[in-house]
Write a protein that binds this ligand. Sequence first.
Ligand SMILES: [Cu+2]
Length: 424
Amino acid sequence: MNTTRFMGISTTVLSIALIALFVQPSIDFSQNVFAEQNSMKTDSVKLIERTLTQDDVSIEFTVPETIVAGTLVPVNAKVTDSSRLANLSHTDWAYAIIGPNGEIVHKTTTLHGHFGIMNFKDSFSEAGTYTVKYTVSSSGPFMLGDPVPELGQTRAVVSGDLLKFTEDPINNFGSRSFEFSVNVVNQGKTVTLAGSEPDTEIIVTLSTQPERIVVGEPTTLLIDVNNAKTGEDARHVDGLLSISRGYYHYPSTSGDQPNAPIPIPLNGAYHGHRGVISSTHTFSQAGTYLITADLNVVPYSNPLFGEASTRFVIQVFGNEGTKDVMQQIDSVKENTVDIVGLESPFYVPNIIQASIGETIVFDNVDGNQHTVTSVKSGTTEYDGKFDSSLLQPGEKFELTLNEKGNYDYFCALHTSMQGSIIVS
Ligand SMILES: [Cu+2]
């Protein structure tokens, strides 16, 4: 048995890490973080809040009441000590989004949260029921076998002053997981719009052929415009379709203006004699796209609704189908364990087999520090057999074991992270 590094190094690294934890930049905290959170609830998007509690540790989970597939939405959470009604500062956390078919569609790296705030933005690609799973872990009195100063430990912020941590009780609760389910809907593809002419109203419907849009396959977008009052086609509509993805903007390559840097109305715009405007595109990248339809009529149109604009969100899927993230991780290199962080299975593969004298590489693919530290079987007690000391993101640890047997190990920072090695 030998290890590539020793405990001595870890103490130094740990001290630096802990100093970094509570040396706050000299910024003005008078703009209360909690006030900012509350103000979000006055946004036009209606939010729903749900709370789950386990042994006085609570997560308040907030998402928009209606989540449209493919749109970026706030996914906010706050971890609190429910017995004190206080935010828990200095917690490590991670979350995973599990899709309607049970596959992991997104997993965060391990993150560190101050004041209990764990705010994120995410998008859910398809309609269905998703599960958002949080794992929260406290920083206890010991880390890597060394005592942790009180200021570095997880604490309930009861003092009301974000900088007076010394008055706040430490709160070592270990690790907790919480699951929330979220319903995601497809955007309605029909909207009713008022025209710019008085007392006019049109119904605009987007449909696509095929319905599920896939990278590399030609897709026809159809915009159907009807008079909302009579249900008849709005005849002779000029339409300008713009497709944008992320921050990039692609004008429609319409008519005689194929290279126009910006869309030019009327000349070269699509014209729908019977109120239907179609345009065929091949999308080269998966993702969420915004279709903007600027509609206007020429003087002999019927009805004369003037002008109206609307936007639709469409989702373009990759052509390999939906991949299972964990399967992808499973299929990696031999003799290598990926350290994936706070979310189960923590170390992938979680149980690895090796021969005597064979080297196993632990690769920290997470964004946070972790360790590979041997423990007495079934405990979180260091048994002195091996210890990686702190592994920075991207850092590797090589381990060679020269005796048959089962070896259990854990992460000395996040004790719920555990794995095993079987040497035969
Ligand atoms: Cu860890």
